[in-house]
Design a protein around this ligand. Structure first.
Ligand code: DC
Length: 233
């Protein structure tokens, strides 16, 4: 079992990753980016699917799940994503993966595999875990549940900036369309759709700086840590 869980859910570009990463660093919690795990498996699927995702090959999905490992490793102050012992931290951010990841992550077998793996990764640790179904499905007993929101224009601008920093080319309009498409797809899918957990705290980051959003969530966590009597690691 994980020790203390901070679950952060929200749509694409809502500020989840930056906040989760920042809070984890400041409290020395392990950071679990579940979107990165779905992206890693999507990358593997795309590498193996010669029709390049025209139609999802469920047989291939099952075969690949049985022979894939996805791992998150702390390296210096960063967490890297490994797919079968290859560092794919950068490769999973391409528009090709972004365009296809929602379809792959809507498949129930993929979700079951990922949820089990995410719980394994969290075993025995204090974690900040971010995604779409963390407070509802992966860690329904999380001590802190945050749901992040932001205006779609602000979200697209953030994504574009992140991609630029990684030297990945993308047009603003495409990034905006991808965010809208994924939000709709992720919220409307049958299996564990994106939705607010009942007892989550909503944080709207539209008008917050990165520093403000990290400090806001950190303050919530520190308060809960004190109440629960868990020592700050
Ligand atoms: O957080 P992200 O944008 O990197 O996530 C990529 C996709 O992975 C997202 O569009 C939906 C899927 N995902 C999911 O279904 N469940 C999660 N817990 C995390 C991500």
């Amino acid at each position: 079992m994980a020790r203390f869980v901070v679950a952060i859910d929200g749509g694409a570009g809502s500020g989840k990753s930056t906040t989760a990463k920042g809070v984890a660093k400041r409290l020395n919690f392990f950071y679990i980016d579940t979107g990165a795990m779905y992206r890693a498996f999507t990358l593997k699927y795309l590498r193996n699917d010669f029709a390049k995702g025209k139609r999802i090959d469920h047989e291939l999905i099952r075969k690949l799940l049985a022979e894939t490992t996805v791992d998150l490793r702390r390296e210096n102050s960063d967490v890297k994503v490994y797919l079968d012992s290859e560092d794919v931290s950068l490769a999973i951010r391409t528009p090709e993966v972004s365009d296809f990841v929602s379809q792959i992550s809507a498949i129930s077998e993929v979700r079951e595999w990922m949820v089990a793996r995410q719980r394994e990764v969290a075993e025995g640790k204090n974690v900040v875990c971010e995604g779409r179904d963390i407070g509802t499905v992966v860690f329904p007993d999380a001590q802190v549940k945050i749901f992040m929101e932001a205006d779609v224009k602000v979200r697209a601008a953030r994504r574009l900036k992140e991609l630029g920093e990684k030297e990945i080319d993308a047009a603003e309009q495409d990034v905006m369309e991808n965010i809208k498409f994924r939000d709709r797809f992720d919220s409307e899918r049958e299996h564990s759709p994106l939705r607010k957990a009942e007892n989550s705290i909503v944080v709207d980051t539209t008008n917050l700086t990165i520093e403000e959003e990290i400090e806001k969530v950190k303050a919530i966590v520190v308060e809960r840590l004190a109440i629960s009597g868990t020592e700050k690691p």
